[in-house]
Design a binder for this molecule. Structure first.
Ligand SMILES: O=P(O)(O)OC[C@@H](O)[C@@H](O)c1c[nH]c2ccccc12
Length: 253
């Protein structure tokens, strides 16, 4: 599946038209938000309408309303999917959310080309995702450096020991995301976080995908994650703010 997505992305990048920056959207720090999370475990809450493994996750999504509810419920960062074909996202969602919430925005897409870095800046993203399983490690490092030169921070995602080692041989990302989902098979297991955390040097660790319950939150916290990235478990609930409280075992006030 990952290969099909990347193939589409390569085609999209060829005809990518960069948007105009008509408004100055000040940059917010993704790193600071995760270094000082509001709760014991940081939360990156994701706006996700659909995914290739689950199909439509939520009907009639108002992206701004969801992001505002996440912010009010104390999320530290909002993740916004911008891939159109597989995740029903759109790059304009980042700009809309940026104008209505104060917390940093992670642009979630398959970044494979420098042009997408410029695009990310112009739409108002504060941080981007770089996927270890999708990029050659040297090129990932180059994109990471270039992103920083443009003022974009990065979440570097890994899934296997092999990818971790290849990346750490070259540099230490400030924030590493451990994807519990295998992007080739879509199989998800929180065990991946337990296996990968011990391999990592000091950095901010985010456990990503497949976190649904309070028990899951305890599992990834005990495994050593500093934050978690949650999409589906929140998007499937009628009220996403209540879903955040439930995940943390809090009662709505
Ligand atoms: O909906 P979930 O299982 O809570 O997962 C969220 C997030 O981790 C997932 O959307 C994700 C992780 N890495 C990605 C890379 C591309 C697209 C999507 C993703």
């Amino acid at each position: 599946m990952l290969e099909a997505i990347l193939q589409t992305k390569r085609e999209e990048v060829l005809s990518l038209q960069l948007p105009e920056t008509y408004e100055q959207l000040p940059r917010r720090s993704f790193y600071d938000a995760l270094a000082k999370p509001r709760r014991v475990l940081g939360l990156i809450a994701e706006v996700k309408k659909a995914s290739p493994s689950k199909g439509i996750i939520r009907q009639h999504v108002n992206v701004v309303d969801i992001a505002r509810a996440y912010e009010q419920a104390g999320a530290d960062v909002v993740s916004v999917l911008t891939d159109e074909k597989y995740f029903a996202g759109h790059r304009s969602y980042v700009t809309q959310v940026k104008q209505h919430v104060q917390i940093p925005i992670l642009r979630k897409d398959f970044i494979i080309d420098r042009k997408q870095l410029v695009e990310s800046v112009r739409i108002g993203a504060d941080a981007i995702l770089l996927i270890g399983e999708a990029l050659d490690p040297s090129f990932l490092h180059e994109l990471y450096e270039e992103a920083h030169e443009m003022g974009l921070q990065c979440l570097v995602e890994v899934h296997t020991k092999k990818t971790v080692e290849a990346i750490l041989k070259r540099f230490t990302p400030k924030v590493i995301g451990i994807n519990n989902r295998d992007l080739t098979t879509f199989h998800t297991s929180l065990h991946v976080t337990k296996q990968i955390v011990p391999l990592l040097p000091p950095c901010i660790i985010v456990s990503e995908s497949g976190i649904h319950t309070y028990d899951d939150v305890q599992t990834v916290r005990q495994a050593g994650a500093h934050a978690m990235l949650v999409g589906e478990a929140l998007m499937r609930k009628p009220a996403v703010d209540v879903a955040v409280y439930e995940l943390f075992g809090e009662r709505e006030i």
